[in-house]
Design a protein around this ligand. Structure first.
Ligand code: FAD
Ligand code: NAI
Length: 475
């Protein structure tokens, strides 16, 4: 195997492994180094996303939703379930199988695309515009060289000072995805994406979940109308969300955790929990890269400093994904990986940050793209809004899930779509139409005039677009 490469990617998460595949497709002799280990010590490429993020969380969200349907939802359909049981070990085992299928899939893709895979930690030894030496510390230690380096080392869960993760009582996303017994009382600090998704999983499986959030508003980055609706729906399901909370001392006992906090009114409380998930954001991971040694510049928050093209301060060194600025999303990391590989090949890779969709996989799902109403107001943009509730959608009624709505925001003069916000069934799939429309700079009228299949949830999208011009047909 050649040890001199055109492109070496450090990190095999969605940013890194996709960059490596694209670079290989473009004809570069490419290597990808990833240090993630499975329980047997073998390689487990795919990063946070595959091992302890997107994939396992969606597997558990699916399983727990099935359980909730069987417990509460089927009766309405005339399906009577007797003797319903929960085999958590099997559910977690299935999640692990799904993860492994994805790990193996990536190793297969590396082979198929002739990407050389190195299992171990990659770090810069030295280099300049003529090339870089990268040390790989795995089962053995070796040094490889690269003309171009793409750093895609991802992120880690942010700890709360004084409450380090032990993954037994105080859990990051890693522990939150592997609780072996449903906790009676589960505390969650941070009502962000992980807090709501993992809080939903364990609530559905029977835990009493208390979420403690510092900000006074629920999902502050989400369109206010959609966030309010989501808060109402999730609270009704039994997720107790406390806003404007200030966390005090956190103490662990033998089998429990106590959290002192003050509520929005300033009243003091102590929450006693069997487990505590801390999901207060993530920090960029540059540990062990020897960034300092080669002069790779980090910004003041510890992210690798890059320009709009993902170029770092070092010649021919690029960085993508969670370790650089921008939303910490797998699809953002992937798009940056592809764009960088294409730029190395002299092409004009491009990532449109205005059309990156967000999805929170609660039930109902919350999804959006583009500007929120509060952003448009702050920017002084004149806009028109149209909403359509799933309550008036035939397919949603047939499904038995009529919660939520679709909301369109369009420019008051040109009618160009500026943002689309959805809380409702299959919002994660529905949002794609809005992303495509915005990429093509469509108007709300374009969507309103396009034929949508009946009966489908996507008709709610069409109706919301019609509602921008106050001519919804079914509401
Ligand atoms: P990572 O996926 O973190 O991969 C980095 C890889 O680099 C890791 O394998 C790491 O071991 C390796 N590495 C680090 N340093 C070195 C080194 N020096 N040498 C060798 N290897 C190294 N995003 C979504 O879009 N949708 C979701 O549904 C979603 N769900 C999530 C759920 C949870 C619970 C969490 C925690 C995150 C979720 N995310 C989701 C976010 C998503 O996981 C990240 O945005 C994505 O994984 C970032 O990809 P990346 O390639 O930049 O980094
Ligand atoms: P987050 O940024 O989504 O939410 C963190 C929350 O914690 C915020 O609401 C914040 O105000 C709150 N917080 C911060 N400090 C606090 C404190 N001291 N006390 C109480 N609350 C506090 O971060 P999260 O949920 O940890 O997820 C990290 C990232 O992972 C997400 O931002 C997202 O990029 C990614 N992710 C994406 C998913 C998806 O796309 N579906 C799913 C899960 C994670």
């Amino acid at each position: 195997m050649s040890k001199n490469f055109d492109v070496v990617v450090i990190g095999g998460g969605p940013g890194g492994y996709i960059a490596a595949i694209r670079a290989a497709q473009l004809g570069f002799n490419t290597a990808c180094i990833d240090e993630w280990k499975n329980e047997k010590g073998g390689p487990a490429p795919g990063g946070t996303c595959t091992n302890v993020g997107c994939i396992p969380s969606k597997a558990l969200l699916q399983s727990s939703e099935h359980y909730e349907h069987a417990s509460h939802g089927f009766a309405e359909h005339g399906i009577e379930v007797k003797g319903l049981g929960l085999n958590l070990e099997k559910m977690l085992g299935r999640k692990n199988t799904v993860v492994k299928q994805n790990n193996d899939g990536i190793l297969y893709l590396f082979k198929k695309n002739k990407v050389s895979f190195f299992h171990g930690r990659g770090s810069f030894v030295k280099g300049d515009a003529n090339g870089y030496e990268i040390k790989v510390a795995g089962a053995a230690e070796e040094t490889i060289t690269a003309k171009h380096v793409i750093v895609a080392t991802g992120s880690n869960a942010r700890a709360l000072p004084g409450a380090e993760f032990d993954e037994k009582l105080i859990l990051s996303n890693t522990g939150a995805l592997a609780i072996s017994e449903v906790p009676k009382k589960l505390g969650v600090i941070g009502a962000g994406v992980i807090g709501l998704e993992m809080g939903s999983v364990w609530r559905r499986l029977g835990a009493e979940v208390t979420v403690l959030e510092a900000l006074p508003t629920f999902l502050g980055a989400v369109d206010e109308q959609i966030a309010k609706e989501a808060q109402k729906l999730l609270t009704k399901q039994g997720l107790a969300v406390n806003l404007g909370v200030k966390i005090g001392t956190i103490k662990t006992g033998k089998n429990s955790v106590s959290v002192e906090y003050t509520d929005a009114k300033g009243d003091a409380h102590t929450g006693e929990f069997d487990k505590l998930i801390i999901s207060i954001g993530r920090t960029p991971n540059t540990i062990g890269l020897n960034a300092e040694g080669v002069g790779l510049k980090l910004d003041e928050r510890g992210f690798i400093a890059v320009d709009g093209d993902c170029k770092t301060n070092l010649p021919n060194v690029w960085a993508v994904g969670d370790v650089v600025r921008g939303p910490m999303l797998a699809h953002k990391a992937e798009e940056e990986g592809v764009a960088v590989a294409e730029r190395i090949a002299g092409q004009h890779g491009h990532v449109n940050f205005n059309t990156i969709p967000w999805v929170i996989y609660t039930s109902p799902e919350i999804a959006w793209v583009g500007k929120t109403e509060q952003q448009l107001k702050a920017e002084g943009v004149q806009y028109k809004a149209g909403t359509f509730p799933f309550l008036a959608n035939g397919r949603a009624r047939a499904l038995g899930d009529t919660s939520g709505m679709v909301k369109f925001l369009a420019d008051a003069k040109t009618d160009e779509i500026l943002g689309v916000h959805i809380v409702g069934p299959m919002a994660s799939e529905l949002i794609s139409e809005a992303v495509v429309a915005m990429e093509f700079r469509a108007s709300s009228e374009d969507i309103a005039r396009i034929c949508h299949a009946h009966p489908s949830l996507s008709e709610a999208t069409k109706e919301a677009a019609l509602a921008v011009d106050k001519r919804a047909l079914n509401f």
